[in-house]
Design a protein around this ligand. Structure first.
Ligand code: GAL
Length: 367
């Protein structure tokens, strides 16, 4: 029996490699990442290239410095290179419609990676994490840590959201705000600055410096009289880094506010060890790359994957055909599962094989 299984596995591997060489030449995949200035995209690009090349594809990887015009030019270059598939993380979710018309005209399929791409029917699939759940996890962490169902309160909270050009940012903010809204409405959670909308707390380009300046302004305007800040709810780690810096330099309340984040960036994992940040929502981008490969292999083999693909995926995911309406159609989506990391379960990141402890066994380093 064991021999039969190993024979079938070898056969499956050969078939998968052969599928990359249909019509002779190896199929070519173009990967467009937004920037190297945000840590996670360096990992995403590396994992995607590594895994697609290991599967026999030729890979062209581009980074566009968070410059919208450059990203359109980079993608046009990949189209001109006759790639068979595009994997794109949009800098601006609304800025690629015209370029993707050119991809569609050449029959090039497109997977939106991590961030949705709006106003186009040129997309085949969206692979990401459940973005609303990322926010829910942040809101629930605050609810549980403050025991909002039982504590007297009131507690003071400020929100820092992400880039308004990134559709994910709205889902993150809404997930957190919706989770905490009952307590805000009941007066148990108070947004002292009065900044209650996404637009008021958004951070263009997810910029650490902008998040720092915004939080310094909020602290100067509303917390310089000794008012206590209990929570700084930040949608991701790059903004949490700036907010934590502002709290360290400009907050005189004497307590350590709860600071949330997302991505597990190395500097933020250090801050979690040092008690400057309280949690991050972790997304295993090596698995996100693996699922993207599995979806890509299916569509390049002429299939139309659906929920049936879930059972063979290398990571836990949901198949969603209702949530991600991009303005033209609801994009079929494979959504991986995010989870909370705190100082108490950092070992989990070592166990998944992507991080290691430093020599003093105190901080985590990327592997
Ligand atoms: C989002 C992504 C988050 C965060 C942010 C900053 O689109 O889903 O994980 O990294 O970009 O790059």
């Amino acid at each position: 029996m064991k021999k039969l299984i190993s024979l079938l596995l070898v056969l499956a591997l050969c078939l998968s490699v052969v599928s990359c060489f249909a019509e002779g030449a190896a199929k070519k995949v173009g990967i467009a990442m937004p920037t190297k200035s945000l840590e996670r995209w360096n990992r995403d690009g590396a994992y995607l290239q590594e895994q697609f090349e290991a599967a026999g594809y030729v890979v062209e990887l581009r980074y566009s410095d968070n410059d919208i015009e450059q990203q359109n030019n980079d993608i046009q270059g990949l189209i001109a290179d006759d790639v068979d598939l595009l994997i794109i993380t949009a800098i601006d979710s609304d800025s690629l419609s015209v370029t993707l018309e050119d991809a569609k005209a050449k029959g090039i399929m497109v997977i939106a990676y991590d961030r949705l791409i709006n106003n186009t029917d040129a997309l085949s699939y969206y692979v990401s994490f459940d973005n609303y759940t990322v926010g829910v996890l942040q809101g629930a962490f605050v609810k549980d840590t403050l025991d909002l169902d039982n504590a007297e309160g009131p507690f003071n909270i400020e929100f820092t959201a992400g880039d308004p050009a990134d559709t994910n940012a709205g889902y993150f903010f809404n997930g957190a705000f919706d989770t905490l809204k009952p307590y805000i409405d009941a007066g148990k959670l108070v947004i002292v600055s009065g900044k209650t909308t996404f637009a008021q707390v958004a951070t263009p380009a997810w910029s650490t410096d902008t998040a720092l300046t915004n939080m310094q302004n909020t602290l100067a305007s509303y917390y310089s009289d000794g008012t206590i800040l209990d929570v700084a709810l930040c949608s991701n780690d790059s903004t949490a880094l700036g907010v934590a810096q502002a709290i360290t330099s400009d907050y005189a309340g004497g307590n350590a506010p709860i600071v949330t984040g997302q991505d597990g960036d190395i500097a933020n994992l250090r801050n979690i060890v040092d008690g400057i940040q309280t949690m991050t929502v972790y997304k295993n981008v090596a698995e996100e790359a693996a699922v993207t490969l599995e979806v890509a292999m299916a569509i390049l083999a002429g299939q139309t994957p659906d929920a049936g693909l879930l059972e063979s995926l290398s990571a836990e995911a949901a198949f969603d055909t209702e949530t991600y309406d991009n303005g033209v159609f609801v994009v079929p989506s494979y959504l991986l599962v995010p989870y909370v990391i705190t100082a108490d379960n950092l070992q989990k990141l070592v166990d998944i094989g992507l991080y290691q402890w430093d020599a003093e066994q105190k901080y985590l380093e990327a592997k």
